[in-house]
Design a protein around this ligand. Structure first.
Ligand code: GDP
Ligand code: MN
Length: 397
């Protein structure tokens, strides 16, 4: 589950991580109120208006702008709220901006130059340990840094039993070239950040940029926080931060129906039981010249009701030109699934307007095929994996 920048910053702040302060607003009027309030609290006279969407690269897309007066706060907020913001991380049509974060300007002039760093905390799957990844090259596209100057990206792995040790936090600050107050601030920043990461059961923190201000404070200017869905049951307060407007509508609906569904770009809808079978079915579809439109695991109980819900969900995607049902009957009997498919097809009447290729294999596969062939429905049955894929290719021609 992703958080908005402003939610991530509130979370970090509650663990003692210093952040660029801000107030969220959903209208230009509230944005001006937010700016006034912020000035009272921080003394800032310039503000940054930041679009709140679940995607990075907002700055380049015109979603982060500096305002030097309350009038500018108002006009920029008016421009950004409601816009379809396009960044390299959004869908091609962009994402609608519902809120802006009015933040204090932290790039003020002073004794030294402000300096941007990159920092993330994540699991290194190869070693099974959390690591802090950081770089002197902050503020910009970290993928480009990784490609062109990989030696400028450092990693620090953390032993799960010992936790982050003080010398490790000091090493991070040292490698970032900091001294004096900024060095001490960075040690504290890294320690609090790691504590926040483990205590919230997060799967990713990405702070880009981490800023050294001109008066040697270290703070988070941006925040990307991804929480582990599987741990949300023990963070009820965090679960409430979910913003369904940011999520794929069909995925949300499927989720509520207890189906494991991921929306993809292709033209062949898949209904499969078991994640492994779903993956190989998607491979097969690609091999036969189609593109999977989704990943859908109906799970162990593929009865008529579930199959019908799955059909409805797959058909919401207008790109779907064919549906491949590929079910292995291990615990669930194939004839029961076949009955489910036939019943669902009957119930849905003319709503199913694309060919269905149905492959049922395993317990009672023969009975299942007979049931489908005798149903009089326009369901193409297949027994073998490749045969099913060929039949999909045929209907796509
Ligand atoms: P992203 O583009 O989605 O990653 O959004 P960020 O929150 O990282 O902001 C993008 C850029 O806006 C940063 O890299 C900064 O250069 C700039 N920015 C953010 N806050 C301030 C600020 O307080 N003052 C100024 N002048 N620039 C800022
Ligand atoms: Mn950023």
């Amino acid at each position: 589950m992703n958080l908005h920048e402003y939610q991530g910053k509130e979370l970090l702040s509650s663990f003692g991580v210093r952040v660029q302060r801000g107030v969220v607003a959903d209208t230009a009027e509230k944005a001006v109120e937010a700016a006034k309030k912020l000035s009272e609290e921080t003394g800032t006279s310039w503000w940054v208006v930041k679009a709140q969407i679940h995607a990075g690269g907002r700055g380049k897309g015109g979603g982060v702008k500096l305002a030097k007066s309350l009038d500018e706060v108002k006009s920029i907020s008016n421009e950004i709220i409601g816009m379809m913001l396009k960044t390299p991380q959004t869908p091609p049509q962009g994402k609608k901006v519902n809120q802006v974060l009015i933040a204090e300007d932290v790039y003020y002039p002073g004794d030294s130059e402000p300096n941007e760093f990159y920092m993330s905390v994540l699991l290194n799957r190869a070693t099974g340990r959390n690591m802090i990844m950081y770089s002197t090259e902050g503020g910009m596209d970290i993928e480009a840094v990784a490609e062109k100057t990989p030696h400028l990206i450092f990693t620090e792995e953390i032993d799960p039993q010992l936790g982050l040790l003080p010398f490790q936090a000091r090493k991070v600050a040292f490698n970032l070239g900091l001294t004096g107050t900024a060095y001490k601030e960075m040690v504290k920043f890294v320690s609090s950040l790691y504590k926040a990461f483990t205590q919230t059961d997060s799967s990713l923190f990405e702070i880009n940029p981490v800023l050294k201000t001109s008066d040697d404070k270290i703070l988070a200017v941006d925040s990307k926080v991804v929480l582990d869905n599987n741990a949300l049951f023990r963070h009820k307060d965090l679960a409430e931060l979910r913003d369904l407007r940011e999520e794929n509508e069909i995925e949300v609906e499927a989720n509520e129906a207890g189906l494991n569904y991921v929306d993809l770009d292709g033209n062949v809808g898949c209904m499969v039981n078991g994640a492994g079978l779903a993956m190989s079915t998607m491979d097969l579809i690609k091999q036969s010249g189609g593109e999977p439109a989704n990943f859908l695991d109906v799970g162990g109980t593929a009865d008529a009701k579930r199959v019908e819900t799955a059909f409805r969900i797959i058909l919401k995607d207008e790109n779907v030109k064919a549906i491949l049902v590929n079910i292995f009957g291990g615990i669930v009997r194939c004839d029961r699934v076949a009955q489910g498919v036939v019943d669902a097809y009957k119930n849905m009447g003319d709503k199913i307007n694309v060919p269905i290729i149905c492959r049922l294999q395993g317990t009672n596969a023969k009975e299942a095929k007979e049931l489908i062939d005798a149903s009089g429905m326009e369901i193409i049955s297949a027994t073998e994996f490749q045969e099913a894929a060929d039949k999909v290719a045929d209907v796509l021609k």
